[in-house]
Write a new protein. Structure first.
Length: 45
């Protein structure tokens, strides 16, 4: 797995967690991320 593939998989896993929890804020708290970071992942940035 390349570094780029690792990063993409990590982002997808984070977004999956947010969807499972039903809350972006809750996922951010659990993972120690800012909401802005998670929203950027969601936008595809």
């Amino acid at each position: 797995m390349t570094h780029q593939q690792y990063i993409m998989r990590r982002k997808l896993n984070i977004l999956d967690l947010a969807e499972q929890l039903g809350s972006i804020s809750e996922a951010c708290r659990k993972l120690g991320l800012s909401r802005l970071t998670l929203l950027r992942y969601k936008e595809g940035s």
